[in-house]
Write a protein that binds this ligand. Structure first.
Ligand SMILES: Nc1ncnc2c1ncn2[C@@H]1O[C@H](COP(=O)(O)OP(=O)(O)O)[C@@H](O)[C@H]1O
Ligand SMILES: O=P(O)(O)OC[C@H]1O[C@](O)(COP(=O)(O)O)[C@@H](O)[C@@H]1O
Length: 316
């Protein structure tokens, strides 16, 4: 059982249009509504592949009700903690070329009682039996920048490893606290974490190793169209595939992490290849749709051990 925790979930609303004209009236030719938020998407992708998971989230207001209903309809086991604030909607505009513009709302502030209730819900789920806890997404006001540090400590008290996909100050706090099993930044988030631009493979490897040195076992760095790098204390692997025209890149990072976690009993190379295959499958689907086994093309993914450090990321 993989327990995911999404402190700032959303209803994801996507509008497909030919070409975005900023400052003009645009007309969409298709719309999509999906349950969203990073941990929720990890659970949705795992469910679509038949892996046991449970999503813990706060929910409030009309979009909170819609979110819970969407999860039920998709057969995603969820533990929704009622909160007084109203769950947010995040908006995505996808152009014919695949260019994706996203506007994420801040989400409702959590009060101290909400935070306690959320962590109590996680504790109950972990105590019921979990092999991994995943903390993911942004933190709403009131959660405290140390929310994921507390989550990781909670998992640790139960002897359960913790994976993390977040950014900014919450990522810095959790990496500095150490003890994480895996973190999944993209290259931009990793660059912000170490205060350097990620230009060549060696930049990513150095930055990821500094995360490993602070006590994280593995760093999975997604590189958008250029695949992903997996770095641990001793090894580096890259995986990627032929170019794609995205239908929507939203949720690709979450599908990537879900694929990596799904292959937990495999060698690191296979875990990375699975991660990249799930991420690539996600970008070919509209809105925040998650891939099913029929969408995933593991055969298209190439893995390279110890990629040369001087290769530019955009040439991968
Ligand atoms: N334009 C794209 N073309 C091909 N694959 C993509 C593209 N965008 C994303 N992917 C796949 O999805 C994964 C996650 O995408 P990325 O944008 O790095 O994540 P995040 O959404 O977390 O920023 C990548 O590692 C890659 O496998
Ligand atoms: O919590 P944040 O950082 O605002 O992100 C939430 C958004 O990210 C998503 O989880 C998608 O994430 P990825 O594109 O990184 O996989 C959406 O479902 C959601 O709208």
């Amino acid at each position: 059982m993989i327990v995911t925790v999404t402190p700032n979930p959303s209803v994801d609303r996507a509008l497909d249009l030919d070409q975005l004209a900023v400052g003009e009236v645009n007309r969409a030719h298709d719309t999509h509504v999906h349950a969203g938020g990073k941990g929720i998407n990890v659970s949705r992708a795992l469910v679509a592949h038949g892996y046991p998971t449970r999503a813990v989230l706060p929910a409030g207001g009309p979009d909170g009700e819609l979110l819970v209903r969407l999860l039920e309809e998709q057969g995603v086991p969820a533990h929704a903690v009622p909160v007084t604030g109203e769950t947010r909607s995040n908006i995505t505009l996808v152009e014919r070329t695949g260019v994706t513009t996203k506007v994420n709302a801040p989400g409702p502030a959590l009060g101290p009682d909400d935070v306690t209730a959320l962590l109590d819900a996680v504790e109950a789920e972990v105590a019921a039996g979990a092999r991994l806890v995943v903390g993911a997404g942004s933190l709403p006001a009131g959660a405290g920048a140390d929310f994921f540090v507390r989550l990781s400590a909670l998992a640790g008290r139960h002897g359960v490893p913790c994976a993390l996909d977040t950014s900014g100050e919450p990522l810095v706090a959790a990496v500095d606290a150490g003890g994480l099993d895996v973190v999944k930044p993209n290259d931009e988030e990793l660059g912000a974490l170490v205060g350097r631009d990620m230009v060549v493979v060696g930049d990513v490897v150095d930055a990821a190793r500094s995360v490993v040195d602070r006590g994280t076992r593995q760093v999975l760095v997604s590189l958008g169209a250029h695949g992903a790098l997996l770095v641990d204390a001793t090894s580096v692997w890259w995986a990627g595939g032929p170019p794609l025209v995205p239908a929507s890149t939203v949720g690709a990072g979450d599908a990537t992490l879900a694929g990596f976690l799904s292959a937990v009993d495999e060698e690191p190379q296979v875990r990375l290849a699975t991660a990249v295959a799930w991420g690539r499958a996600a970008v070919l689907l509209p809105g925040t749709a998650v891939p099913t086994p029929a969408d995933v093309r593991l055969d298209e993914v190439r893995v390279v051990e110890s990629p040369p450090p001087n290769v530019a990321l955009k040439e991968l």
